[in-house]
Ligand binder design. Structure first.
Ligand code: ARG
Ligand code: ZN
Length: 884
C-alpha cells in the first residue's frame, strides 16, 4: 500500500534493463514464524542498457538481513533502501550479489509472492509477486537460469517442489530435509514457483512425438486424490494436440500440477510446476458441474499451452500481456472446439465477449488489447487482453488462412525461442510467413472500443445485383477520441429460397477451384464501403458476421421473418444462433414497452412458433438447441440498452414474461423433450450427456416460468439426481421460480449432503447469491456470517459476493441502494486484505453510467471508496478512473 497517489507506468517509457541476471540461486529456509530467503544473483551489465553501475532491484514487504557483493558484506552507504526497491551504486560490470531477506508468508493475505494456503506454502509471482520474495529485477525481460534449494521440516512438508528437475534430496543434521531443483530453461521471475506441503499425487506419463517419456503428476490434498482423473486426461490430450496442431513438443522430463484452495485467479503456468485453483483442476460428479468439467479441460490446456506461448517465448513488458494471453486463449479455444462442438464453443465465447468484454470496452476502464499505460498491472488481466486479444489472433488466422497462420506461428516460435518479445514481433512473423500486409490491422492492438458495423442493402431486380453497404465506426474511449478504421473480416453468405446462394462479387473472377462458393469473407477496411453481388436469381437474406468473424457490433435491419429464415435455414451455426438471439432481443424489448405502458404483455406469435419449430427440429444437436432457446441474459440486455438507458427491473420483468409465454405455449414439446433426454446411464462428462442435461435444464426453466408443472419436475429431478449438475439446475429453477416452500427444504438438503465438499458449497453459495427474490441482500449478508464463508478465500468471495454483484441485477441494483452498499463495504474490507480481489469485485459499480435512476447511488459508493485511507493502487486505479 502506498501513501502518495500511485503513479502511472507508460509503454512509451520502456527501457531495457541495466543489468542481466545470468544465473539465480535461491535458498529457502521455510519456517512457521518466518522464512529466510538467500539469493545469489550472477549479474552482468547489459550492453543494450544504459550502462551505468546503478541497479534498482524491486522489493516489497521484505526485511533485508544482509547484503554482499562478491562475498564481501556491503556497507550501508553503498546501497539505499527505498519504498519498494533497493538501489545499488557503482556496481562492476560483472558481479555476484547476494541478499538475505526475511519474509512472513503466513501473514501474506494478498496471495501474491510466497504465502500459505491451508497447511501448505505456495507462490503466485505473475505479474509482480516475486518482489515479495526477494530483491530482484522483477520484470519479464530479465530471464535467468534458476537453481532453488529448499530446507524444511519433512514431517510437515514432505513434498517440496520448484521448477525444472529435482537434482538432490538430503537429510540435514538439523533434521530438516533439503531438496535442490534446477530449471535449465532461462525464465523471468514471474514463472518461478515453490510448493511445500503434505500432498498426495497421482502419476501418469506421456510419450512425446520425438519419443521422450514425460512424468506427469497432479498434487492434491489426500481427500481430493480421487478427483484428478479428468485433469490428467485433459493434460495428456492437450500435449498431443499441441504437437499435432502447432508442432509444439514438451521440453522437460517432468510436468507437475498442484491444486491450492486459496488462489486469486484460475491457474498459473509456472515452468513445469503449474499451480491451479482447486476449482479449476478437481473434478467429481458430485462437486463439479458439466460446465465445470469443460472449464477444467480448457484451463489445463491453457496453462499447458503457455509452455510455448508464454514460457519459451515470453513478454518483453506487461503491456505485451496479450502476446501470451490472447494467443494462448486462441489456442485453448481451438483445442476445446476440436474436443467438443465447434459451434457451441463459439457461441459460448461470443456470449461472454458480448455481455462482458463489450461492456468493458464501453466503460471507464476501456483499454486497447495492448494497453499504453497502467497504475496497477493486476487490473489489466482483463477480458479485453484475454478474450478480445484471442479474437484479434483469430482474425489473423482468418485473414491468412490456416496454413499461412501455422507457418507464421512456427516462424514466431523459432525466431524468438528463449526471448522476451512484443506483440509487434508476433505480427511481423505472421506478415513474413504469409506475405500479407497487416499495417492497418495493427489498429486492433492500439485502439480501444468495440467497432460498430452499420450494414444496409439494396436490390436491383433487373440486374440481379445485390449491394451491401457497410459503414464502420468506433465510439470514443478514455484518451482516444478519434479512431482510425479497422480491418474487419466480415464472413457472409446469402440465403435464397432454397438455401445458400452462389456468391459472385462484382469485378472479381469466378473461382472454379472453389468448392464452397456460398461463403466468403469481405474485407471491411474503410469507413464506408459497398460490396455488390451479381447474377442472383432472387433477393437474398444476408447471413452476416458468420462465425463471429470479428469482435464488432453489427446492425442490420432484419424483418422478424428473415431472422426466422436464417435461424432455421442458414449454413452457419453461429448465424443461426445469433438470429435467434436478435429475434429474442426484439421480442423482449417489445414486451418491455408493453409493460411500461401498463398493458398486458403479448409475445409475438411468430416467436412462439419459431420456438416450437426449434424444439422439434431433429437436425439440431441438443447442446446447440439449448443455446438457441436460451434468452439473452439480463446483463446483455442492459448492455444493449446503452448508457443511461438500462432499466434492470423492466428488463427482468420483460424477460420473465417472454419465458413464461414460451413455456406456456410450448409446454407439451418442452416436457416431451425433457423426458426423452433423461440420461439413464451413470454420470459421464461426455459430449452427448452434457448436451442432454443442458437442454433438459433449458426445458425445465421454461416449464417452471410457465407454472407449477415445471416446479414439480424440478422437485423430482432434485431427488433423483446422481450428480451436482442436475441437483443445481433443479435447485436453480426452484429458487428462481418457486416460493420459499418450494426451495427451502432442498436448499438445506443440499448443504446437509454436500457441506463437507468445499467446491460444492461454493456453488451452493453462488446459487443463493443469484436468487431474484426480495430477501436476497439479507440472505447474502447472512451467508457472509456462515461458518463456510471466509473473506480471505477468493473462491468464497467470488461465489457469494462476486456472483451477487455480477449476476443478480435486480437485487444488486435495488433502488434502496442496499446492494451497492454491501459491495462497497466488502471492497473496503478486502482492500486491506487482498487488493487484487477487491479491485476485481468492484467492476459492476464502475458501470454506473448505464443505469437510469441509479447512477447517483452508485457514484456515491465509489466516492466513499475514494475517500478511504490506505487505498491500494489496485482499487485506487479503478475508483479514480470510474469517477472521471
Ligand atoms: N498467467 C495466468 C493465466 O492466464 C494468469 C495469472 C494472473 N495473475 C495475476 N496476478 N493477475 O494463465
Ligand atoms: Zn494465461
Amino acid at each position: 500500500m502506498r501513501d502518495a497517489t500511485p503513479g502511472t507506468i507508460h509503454l512509451k517509457d520502456y527501457q531495457p534493463p541495466g543489468y542481466l541476471v545470468n544465473r539465480t540461486e535461491l535458498h529457502f529456509l521455510l519456517g512457521e514464524e518466518d522464512t529466510i530467503v538467500t539469493s545469489k544473483l550472477h549479474l552482468l551489465r547489459n550492453t543494450e542498457g544504459s550502462s551505468s553501475g546503478e541497479l534498482e532491484l524491486d522489493g516489497q514487504d521484505l526485511e533485508l538481513v544482509e547484503i554482499r557483493l562478491d562475498g564481501e558484506i556491503l556497507e550501508a552507504d553503498r546501497y539505499e533502501l527505498r519504498e519498494a526497491s533497493l538501489l545499488l551504486r557503482d556496481l562492476p560490470e560483472q558481479c555476484l550479489l547476494s541478499c538475505v531477506t526475511r519474509i512472513q508468508p503466513q501473514l501474506n493475505t494478498s496471495l501474491e509472492g510466497l504465502y500459505r494456503s491451508q497447511t501448505m506454502f505456495c507462490t503466485q509471482c505473475e505479474a509482480e509477486g516475486f518482489r515479495k520474495i526477494t530483491y530482484y529485477l522483477d520484470r519479464p525481460d530479465v530471464m535467468s537460469v534458476f537453481t532453488v534449494t529448499i530446507d524444511a521440516d519433512a514431517s510437515r512438508y514432505p513434498v517440496l517442489l520448484s521448477n525444472g528437475n529435482l537434482e538432490e534430496t538430503t537429510l540435514l543434521p538439523s533434521g530438516d530435509t533439503r531438496v535442490v531443483w534446477h530449471d535449465p530453461f532461462p525464465k523471468p521471475s514471474y514463472l518461478f514457483a515453490l510448493v511445500a506441503g503434505q500432498l498426495e499425487h497421482v502419476e501418469d506419463s506421456f510419450v512425446t512425438c520425438s519419443g521422450r517419456d514425460v512424468t506427469l503428476r497432479i498434487y492434491v490434498e489426500e481427500k481430493d486424490i480421487d478427483k484428478c482423473g479428468h485433469a490428467m486426461d485433459s493434460l495428456q490430450r492437450s500435449m498431443r494436440w499441441d504437437e499435432e496442431r502447432f508442432g509444439r513438443e514438451y521440453d522437460l522430463d517432468i510436468f507437475n500440477v498442484v491444486a491450492v484452495d486459496d488462489f486469486n485467479m484460475g491457474a498459473m503456468e509456472n515452468k513445469s510446476l503449474n499451480i491451479f485453483n482447486t476449482s479449476c483442476v478437481l473434478c467429481d460428479p458430485d462437486t463439479t458441474t458439466d460446465v465445470g468439467y469443460q472449464r477444467v479441460e480448457a484451463i489445463v490446456a491453457h496453462e499447458y499451452f503457455h509452455n510455448w506461448s508464454g514460457n519459451r517465448v515470453t513478454c518483453r513488458d506487461w503491456f505485451q500481456l496479450s502476446l501470451k494471453e490472447g494467443f494462448t486463449v486462441f489456442r485453448d479455444a481451438e483445442f476445446s472446439s476440436d474436443m467438443g462442438s465447434r459451434t457451441v464453443k463459439r457461441v459460448e465465447d461470443v456470449t461472454l465477449l458480448r455481455s462482458a468484454q463489450f461492456a468493458e470496452d464501453a466503460g471507464p476502464m476501456a483499454h486497447p488489447v495492448r494497453p499504453e499505460s497502467y497504475i496497477e498491472i493486476n487490473n489489466f488481466y482483463t477480458l479485453t487482453v484475454y478474450e478480445k486479444g484471442a479474437e484479434v489472433v483469430r482474425m489473423i488466422h482468418t485473414l491468412l488462412g490456416p496454413d499461412a497462420f501455422r507457418a507464421g506461428s512456427d516462424l514466431y516460435f523459432e525466431r524468438h525461442d528463449g526471448q522476451a518479445v512484443t506483440c509487434e514481433d508476433f505480427v511481423l512473423a505472421m506478415e513474413e510467413a504469409s506475405g500479407k500486409d497487416l499495417s492497418q490491422f495493427r489498429n486492433w492492438y492500439s485502439q480501444a472500443g468495440t467497432p460498430r458495423l452499420a450494414v444496409s442493402e439494396s436490390w436491383d431486380e433487373d440486374a440481379g445485383a445485390y449491394t451491401l453497404s457497410v459503414a464502420q465506426s468506433c465510439p470514443p474511449t478514455p484518451g482516444q477520441a478519434e479512431k482510425k478504421p479497422f480491418v474487419i473480416p466480415l464472413g457472409i453468405g446469402l440465403l435464397g429460397d432454397a438455401g445458400n446462394l452462389r456468391l459472385q462479387l462484382e469485378g472479381e473472377e469466378p473461382d472454379p477451384e472453389l468448392e464452397d462458393n456460398t461463403h466468403t469473407v469481405l474485407m471491411v477496411d474503410q469507413q464506408q464501403q459497398d460490396f455488390v453481388f451479381t447474377g442472383l436469381p432472387e433477393k437474398p437474406v444476408p447471413s452476416l458476421l458468420r462465425g463471429f468473424s470479428a469482435p464488432v457490433r453489427l446492425d442490420f435491419d432484419y424483418s422478424r421473418e428473415d431472422l426466422c429464415r436464417l435461424m432455421s435455414g442458414d449454413d452457419d451455426g453461429f448465424v443461426r444462433w445469433d438470429s435467434a438471439q436478435t429475434l429474442a432481443v426484439g421480442v423482449i424489448a417489445e414486451v418491455q414497452q408493453q409493460l411500461a405502458s401498463g398493458g398486458e404483455p403479448v409475445v409475438d406469435p411468430l416467436f412462439l412458433q419459431a420456438s416450437i419449430q426449434l424444439l422439434q427440429d431433429p437436425s439440431l444437436d441438443p447442446a446447440m438447441l439449448a443455446e438457441m432457446l436460451t434468452l439473452p441474459s439480463e446483463n446483455y440486455l442492459a448492455e444493449l440498452a446503452g448508457e443511461g438507458a438500462a432499466d434492470v427491473d423492466a428488463i427482468h420483468s420483460a424477460r420473465r414474461a417472454v419465458q413464461a409465454a414460451v413455456g406456456g405455449h410450448c409446454a407439451q414439446a418442452l416436457e416431451q423433450r425433457y423426458r426423452e433426454l433423461r440420461v439413464e446411464e451413470a454420470y459421464a462428462a461426455s459430449g452427448a450427456q452434457i448436451a442432454a442435461r443442458s437442454l433438459r435444464a433449458t426445458c425445465l426453466t421454461y416449464l417452471a416460468a410457465a407454472g407449477e408443472r415445471g416446479l414439480e419436475l424440478a422437485q423430482e429431478q432434485f431427488s433423483a439426481a446422481d450428480n451436482i449438475t442436475e441437483r443445481l439446475s433443479a435447485l436453480r429453477v426452484l429458487s428462481h421460480f418457486g416460493k420459499r416452500a418450494d426451495w427451502e427444504q432442498p436448499m438445506e438438503q443440499f448443504y446437509k449432503d454436500w457441506g463437507h465438499e468445499t467446491l460444492a458449497v461454493n456453488q451452493w453459495l453462488a446459487l443463493q447469491a443469484t436468487m431474484p427474490d426480495d430477501a436476497a441482500v439479507a440472505r447474502v449478508r447472512h451467508l457472509m456470517e456462515h461458518p463456510d464463508f471466509d473473506i480471505r478465500n477468493p473462491n468464497k468471495v467470488r461465489s457469494l459476493v462476486g456472483t451477487f454483484a455480477g449476476q443478480n441485477p435486480v437485487n444488486f441494483h435495488r433502488a434502496d441502494g442496499t446492494g451497492y452498499r454491501l459491495l462497497r463495504q466488502i471492497v473496503a474490507e478486502l482492500n486491506a486484505i487482498n487488493p487484487q480481489i477487491a479491485s476485481r469485485l468492484l467492476a459492476p459499480l464502475t458501470k454506473w453510467r448505464y443505469y437510469s435512476g441509479r447512477a447517483d447511488l452508485m457514484r456515491a459508493e465509489l466516492e466513499q471508496l475514494a475517500a478511504l485511507d490506505g487505498l491500494s493502487p489496485d482499487v485506487f486505479e479503478v475508483v479514480s478512473k470510474s469517477l472521471k
